[in-house]
Write a protein that binds this ligand. Structure first.
Ligand code: SF4
Length: 500
């Protein structure tokens, strides 16, 4: 893959060449891109692809939807649209061979982004496994949404020359084909074309005993061809990731790429909760808002500030930026911190030692940068020392203290046990999601990546902007498994099996 990184994008590709390069929505990614792209586009495409792959993981693990089911696909597509990734939503919704400029541009982005993530995810076995699983899910989903003519075109473009068995062979084997394709009606089976492939090309079907085998060959209907393609795609990805890993040193000579690629798997790809802050939250409402709408990390900082009228530097930074992100103005922030701090110190000391940092957070001092609130990842990975109150309570608090705190908030013992259980297993964001559900008495199964996202979703529920089913006495059902741990890979076929 060749990337000529330039500060400003200069790429202009004629429609003709895009048509030649990208004749189909679905790609096997055999040929690396050779486009000139800007560093900015490089980063944007990488983060958008990351959001796409994380969305697939969320649909299965946090939402608990059966992989490739209609609900699963609907969730993925609507989530992509909500995240502004309409071109990915379109590619997933109806893969085709359209030649509109938008279609071609979407394929180009899809192609380049896939290769960028290969570079980011090739460096360790854990990363490779996660990446392969997500890319396979994506590939399968897109194949499954294709119409027959698009599938035929895909076969042709990719030189996939498989011929179906003759009618006489099919009649001879009909009894066995019916038995092995039991999930289809007899009528369908008679109409289907069957293909004879080497059994090792469809090991997932063999493993699930869903295919007729004879003489080392498997007989599969057209629709099960995805198993053959998946096996090929998986093998191709494995090999190319290993090659990419081998050549990483060459790319890493460009230091602009090193930090981006190395940290990409930990990047937060969602809202920064600053650029589109439209609401202003009056500081007077903070106490009441903190009861339900603050995640535990911010609730404990708020309570600490109210009780001891002081927070250490880490706490001021974490909480100060969070308040800014939910919509507290600089003036209100200054008033809020001043009122608390001056209960234990002189006004002069506060103005000299603390007011500067508050203005700094809002980009009014020093480098005048518009600082963004911390993500869960950053908070969870932060260092917390004795006497510090910042960090993530699920990660940094003693479990007994956490348990007592949750009980003190009036959470039911079952919810408390669930949360503590997740915490002990190291699933901090799942614990936070369970806390969200317990506080809002629902079964939302929100994938929490950001404290300000917790706040916004909570406000939407409390204001009735989104309707959720209020839980009575049953257990939460949606949360199945840690989602934010990208490295806890689940093989796509294992997932399918488990769901079935
Ligand atoms: S998971 Fe995130 S939002 Fe929840 S308490 Fe931890 S850092 Fe805060």
């Amino acid at each position: 893959m060749e990337f000529n990184i330039k500060r400003k994008s200069i790429k202009t590709v004629s429609t003709g060449s895009l048509v030649d390069n990208y004749p189909h929505d679905l790609q096997m990614y055999k040929v690396p891109p050779v486009d000139d792209i800007s560093l900015q586009e490089f980063e944007t495409l990488a983060l958008e692809r990351l959001s796409l792959l994380r969305c697939l993981a969320t649909a299965t693990t946090l939402k608990g939807l059966r992989i490739f089911s209609e609900e699963w696909t609907d969730f993925v597509i609507s989530d992509l649209k909500n995240q502004g990734l309409k071109y990915y939503a379109k590619l997933c919704e109806k893969s085709s061979c359209g030649t509109l400029q938008a279609d071609l541009e979407a394929r180009r982005k899809d192609h380049i982004a896939h290769f960028i993530l290969r570079l980011a995810y090739c460096r360790t076995e854990e990363l490779r496994r996660w990446f392969i699983s997500r890319e396979l899910e994506l590939f399968k989903m897109r194949f499954m949404t294709m119409k027959t003519d698009a599938i035929d075109a895909f076969f042709k473009i990719n030189n996939l020359c498989y011929t179906n068995i003759s009618d006489s062979e099919k009649s001879e084997l009909m009894k066995y084909l019916r038995e092995s394709t039991f999930y289809q009606s007899s009528q369908n089976i008679e109409n289907f074309k069957f293909y004879k492939v080497k059994f090792y090309e469809v090991l997932d079907l063999v493993k699930a005993r869903k295919v007729y085998l004879r003489g080392g060959y498997a007989y599969i209907p057209h629709k099960d061809f995805i198993s053959v393609l998946s096996a090929q795609f998986r093998m191709h990805l494995r090999q190319t990731l290993a090659i990419a890993c081998h050549h990483l040193g060459e790319i890493e000579q460009d230091e602009r790429l090193v930090s981006l690629l190395k940290g990409l798997h930990q990047s937060y790809s969602g809202n920064d909760f600053i650029s589109d802050t439209k609401v202003t939250i009056p500081i007077e409402s903070i106490d009441s808002l903190s009861i339900k709408s603050f995640p535990l990390c911010m609730k404990q900082l708020h309570e600490q500030l109210r009780s001891v009228h002081h927070l250490k530097h880490g706490g001021r930074l974490q909480y100060g930026l969070y308040l800014k992100g939910i919509g507290v103005t600089l003036e209100d922030s200054l008033r809020f911190w001043r009122e608390e701090f001056t209960k234990i110190m002189e006004l002069d000391k506060f103005e000299k030692q603390y007011a500067y940092n508050i203005r700094y957070n809002y980009g009014k001092e020093g480098s005048k940068k518009n600082y963004t609130p911390f993500t869960c990842l950053k908070i969870i990975n932060t260092n917390v020392g004795p006497g510090d109150c910042h960090g993530c309570p699920y990660r940094h608090s003693d479990t007994n203290i956490l348990k007592n705190k949750l009980k003190g908030y009036g959470l039911e013992s079952e919810a408390v046990n669930d949360i503590v259980d997740m915490t002990k297993k190291g699933h901090y964001q799942i614990a936070c999601s369970k806390y969200f559900d317990a506080v809002h008495k629902t079964d939302f199964g929100l994938g929490i990546n950001h404290p300000n996202q917790f706040f916004e979703e909570s406000q939407k529920i409390l204001k009735g902007d989104i309707k959720v089913e209020v839980k009575k006495d049953e257990k939460p059902k949606n949360i199945k498994k840690e989602s934010t741990d990208e490295f806890e890979d689940m093989d796509i076929d294992e997932v399918t099996e488990r769901k079935e």
